[in-house]
Design a protein around this ligand. Structure first.
Ligand SMILES: Nc1ncnc2c1ncn2[C@@H]1O[C@H](COP(=O)(O)OP(=O)(O)O)[C@@H](O)[C@H]1O
Ligand SMILES: [Mg+2]
Length: 266
């Protein structure tokens, strides 16, 4: 599904060239969740945006290999653009700014549906949009389609963005801190939703987080990132229970917010 080999990303900044990603390799099989965890500024988002080829070409130089669904998007950025419309989607950190404030939720979701299925009538696209909202657990979907983004809570908006990703034939979901901007009380329900959808669709998930609680809830494998490199990789239990690096231990100590830390879940 996703196969990344020796990915390097240099960013052109005002202070010169920064090697934000320095030779990372990882892969994700269908139905798997792989998490990149690390402190702020370690290069997580740059990795995700680089794999999706969402970094502006004049600001970032990407090298190595990143094969998504059989296409090397480092060699062929155009392939990434085609995949993004359909099999690959990004769930952003801040759902509040990801949608247009001037159009209704239904208008924007319907647009996303018609992008994938151009033959669909407006009415059929609206029916499909309502179905998608129901699939992501939004009650009264028909009424919600008429609302504008500011009329929905952050958790609801994140569900709408997930619904939008589901409009295509989603195989890989990249979620960059998808719950960091949300109330603690709704974080777990969004993660639950992602896992349920993963079971239904078999999609692979690349999860980006600084929160080991999140990593522990969702991951099959974890890569611990520091200064653009992976310093430790393994199964989530191994990383959480027997961290080999002091850096990983400091992440463990920092944010025990979500999930169970007393071993009750094992
Ligand atoms: N647009 C940018 N301009 C300059 N430097 C950037 C930019 N985006 C990221 N960086 C730098 O790249 C490094 C990695 O950042 P980022 O990938 O956003 O980290 P993370 O997502 O792990 O917090 C940091 O040193 C950051 O300062
Ligand atoms: Mg980030």
């Amino acid at each position: 599904m996703l196969d990344v080999t020796d990915l390097q990303i240099e960013l052109m900044t005002e202070r010169g060239v920064v090697r934000a990603v320095d030779g990372v390799s990882f892969s994700i099989q269908p139905g798997e969740t792989v998490t990149i965890i690390g402190e702020s500024g370690c290069g997580k988002s740059t990795t995700a945006m680089g794999v999706l080829r969402l970094l502006p070409g004049d600001e970032a130089v990407v090298s190595g290999r990143a094969v998504i669904d059989g296409h090397d998007v480092v060699a062929d950025p155009g392939a990434a653009a085609r995949l993004r419309g359909d099999t690959v989607a990004l769930i952003p950190q801040d759902p509040m700014t990801a949608l247009s404030p001037v159009h209704s939720v239904g208008g924007q979701l319907g647009e996303a549906v018609r992008l994938r299925e151009p033959g669909l009538s407006r009415r059929a696209a609206r029916d499909r949009a309502a179905e998608l909202l129901a699939q992501v657990g939004i009650p009264e979907p028909r009424r919600r389609l008429r609302l504008h983004p500011h009329q929905l809570s952050g958790g609801m908006l994140q569900r709408v963005l997930i619904a939008m990703a589901l409009a295509g034939r989603l195989k890989l979901l990249v979620a960059d801190e998808p719950t960091s901007a949300l109330d603690v009380t709704v974080q777990a329900s969004i993660l639950d939703l992602l896992l349920t959808l993963q079971e239904e669709t078999g999609m692979g998930i690349l999860m980006i987080t600084h929160d080991l609680g999140v990593a522990r809830l969702v991951s099959d494998r974890v890569h611990v990132m520091k200064d653009g490199r992976f310093v430790e990789s393994g199964e989530v239990e191994q990383i959480v229970d027997e961290p080999a690096q002091d850096y990983t231990r400091s992440l463990l100590a920092a944010v025990p917010r979500l999930g169970s830390w007393d071993g009750a879940s094992r």
